[in-house]
Ligand binder design. Structure first.
Ligand code: TSJ
Length: 647
């Protein structure tokens, strides 16, 4: 009995540690951390599918923002563990049950290696696990951070097998407990693309919607999906091969789907063992280098580039490329790099991808001469355009150009007094009149204003050269001062923050998207460094007399307005645009770092952002109109995180 007590104390301490420092286990306690709980449970269910048991997973977001995830696998083991307690209970109450989940050689989907259940339990208001196994149904309940409500109980009989976990994140831990359907949907769709045949049914009981994700063509369909709004000039091509590594049991499995389109953007998304490698790594390097080598070899063979000419550059070849890389690598060959470990470091992955892609690509080009010629013609043009843009830029820099088109017509910029790159902010402001208010309202010491006239160029459908010649774009590039495209140099930026400030209406949303498209394509590192923001001007000002004083409030949404008590006693002012605010109001609500709210644009999910941007910016005006009409409240968009400053 003494032993048992000791173990149970240890266990309590284990979960207590998670509650004391949730950040250590799930990164943060904001919306991102909240969804981490969902990923943990989902990854466990997916692992069971990958082990070969069950093909279907159900996820339900309930009305109270609790989440239920179930699989049709073997059902968690429930018999007595060596500690004397049911294995199920051990899984949800100890942090040291990791390891025994994986026995396949390949480490499967990410996560906390088997301690996910306990971590989620520790951070939940309640958790219920139900196991269908051996013809019986077992259930156990936990509450308030993983405390046992009772023992594992047999609650019925069944013909099915599988595991169901229902949990509700603890509101005393998380700053928000609102489940984001779109975010979960993106993740679910990604998993369904990566694991052929896996069926995931996602239900949201808050607004009664259900969507099913299942792709029998895997990453091939992923590419088709990403290129939905682009104009591909060939079928999706699939490479699927193994590469043996000396002295290692399991080969590296390389699966790549790609397609070229008439778009100018390059989209490469990579995964290792079904986990996204957001920062790329050796597999992407191998892919790019093989592609560049194969195209150049082919182009020389058919005299599309002359003997004396330089090779085509990788960046030019990849214009219009959409590619998904999915590798399976055994644990012993896995290396990750970087602060967030999102970058693959394994040297063998580079060799494997490079060899497989080079051979496959050469054969592909020889068999598809028309496509090959088109890719090469396009990259020759891209190279010319890039060189022309560079010449124009250099000329503009040295002030030698006499060509009006090539001169940056800036001069509209109202600079800040300070030149301190660590504090200065650049506001990109819609329209001259709002620009005027912003100039008046700003803190001139550290805030610069650049008014933008009319619509910004749609850079999804423009070449780098065209973009460069566009006056607004050119002015932005010059103001930021860090060049653009492959020459972009974050350390040269003149500003600490670039803040997009538009009216809170449809046109404003459109301008935001156009600017996001531009930054995504030409200054991505600026976004990655967290330096791009969207200002949130309020929609309403309400005020009433209190004796001699005026009692005034700003409101950001219609919901806020409807929640005001005794609204009829207020005077309500609706701001149709930034220009309707006086400079003090603009400063207080939108520009003053102490009191404003701004959105930091993050690239949590590049594929999602990219998809959105192409959908919005591609040729399909209908889709764009629909999207904007349903998303006029742009600030609640999923891939952008709202940062409340001050207040
Ligand atoms: F995260 C979690 F632990 F809470 C969780 C685990 C959540 C969900 C929705 C599913 C699962 C889960 C675990 N599904 N399936 C399993 N499988 C096992 O734990 C299992 C089953 C059978 C055997 C066996 O050897 O018979 C071994 C294991 C590890």
């Amino acid at each position: 009995m003494h032993l048992y007590d000791e173990t149970s104390i240890q266990i309590l301490e284990g979960l207590e540690a998670v509650r004391k420092r949730p950040g250590m286990y799930i990164g943060s306690t904001d919306s991102r951390g909240l969804h981490h709980l969902v990923w943990e449970i989902l990854d466990n269910a997916i692992d069971e599918v990958l082990s070969g048991f069950g093909q279907e997973i159900n996820i339900t977001i309930k009305e109270d923002n609790s989440v239920e995830i179930s699989d049709e696998g073997r059902g968690m083991p429930y018999r007595k563990h060596q500690s004397g307690r049911p294995t199920t209970e051990v899984i949800f109450t100890t942090l040291h049950s990791g390891g025994k989940f994986s026995d396949s050689g390949y480490s499967v989907s990410g996560g906390l290696h088997g301690v996910g259940g306990a971590v989620v339990n520790a951070l939940s208001q309640f958790l219920v696990v139900t196991v269908h196994r051996d013809g019986k149904i077992f259930r156990q309940n936990f509450a308030d951070g993983g405390s046992k409500i009772g023992d594992l109980e047999e609650v019925g009989t069944t013909k099915k097998t599988g595991t169901t976990v229902w949990f509700k994140p603890d509101p005393s831990i998380f700053s928000t407990t609102l489940m984001n359907y779109d975010l979960i949907k993106e993740r679910v769709r990604e998993s369904a693309f990566l694991i052929k045949g896996l069926k995931i049914v996602l239900t949201d009981e808050r607004n009664k919607q259900t969507e099913t994700f299942q792709y029998f063509d895997g990453i091939k369909e992923y590419v088709t999906f990403l290129n939905k709004t682009r104009k591909p000039f060939d079928e999706v091509h699939l490479i699927n091969d193994k590469h043996e590594v000396n002295g290692h049991k399991s080969p590296i499995q390389v699966e790549i789907a790609f397609q070229f389109s008439e778009s100018y953007s390059e989209v490469i998304i990579s995964f290792v063992n079904n986990v996204r490698t957001k920062d790329g790594g050796t597999h992407e390097v191998g892919f790019k280098s093989a592609l560049t080598r194969a195209i150049n070899e082919y182009a020389r063979k058919y005299n599309m580039i002359k003997e004396k000419d330089d090779n085509l550059d990788g960046v030019d070849i990849r214009e219009g490329l959409t590619a998904i890389l999915s590798l399976r690598i055994s644990e012993d060959l896995l290396e990750f790099e970087g602060q967030t470990k999102n970058k693959l470091g394994s040297p063998d992955a580079r060799t494997a991808v490079e060899q497989i892609v080079f051979e496959n690509m050469l054969a592909y080009l020889e068999e598809n001469l028309k496509v090959a010629n088109h890719i090469i013609t396009r990259s020759i043009n891209a190279k010319k355009a890039r060189e022309a843009a560079r010449r124009a830029r250099d000329a503009a820099r040295s002030g030698k150009s006499r060509n009006k088109k090539e001169v940056p017509l800036s001069g509209k910029l109202t600079p800040a007094q300070s030149k301190d790159k660590n504090i200065v902010e650049l506001f990109l402001v819609e329209g001259d009149s709002a620009g005027g208010s912003a100039k008046q309202g700003r803190n001139r010491h550290f805030q610069a204003i650049l008014p933008l006239r009319g619509k910004v160029l749609n850079t999804e459908r423009a070449s780098a050269d065209q973009a460069m010649r566009n006056e607004e774009i050119n002015t932005i590039i010059h103001a930021i001062g860090a060049d653009f495209g492959s020459d972009f140099d974050l350390s040269k930026m003149n500003y600490d923050k670039v803040i997009i400030m538009t009216d809170a209406d449809t046109d404003g949303a459109h301008i935001q998207v156009l600017l996001l498209t531009f930054f995504l394509r030409f200054m991505r590192p600026l976004i990655e460094a967290g330096k791009l923001y969207i200002a949130l001007p309020p929609l309403y000002r309400i005020s009433r007399k209190r004796g001699k004083k005026e009692d005034a409030k700003y409101l950001w949404t219609d919901d806020d307005l409807n929640q005001v008590e005794d609204l009829s006693s207020y005077r309500i002012q609706r701001f149709k645009g930034l220009g309707e605010m006086n400079s003090d109001q603009l400063w207080d609500t939108t520009m003053n770092p102490e009191t404003r709210s701004i959105i930091q644009v993050t690239l949590d999910d590049i594929s999602e952002a990219e998809q959105k941007v192409t959908t919005l910016m591609g040729d399909n005006a209908q889709i764009r109109r629909e999207w904007i009409e349903t998303n006029v409240d742009f600030e609640v968009s999923d891939d952008f995180e709202v940062i409340k400053e001050g207040v």
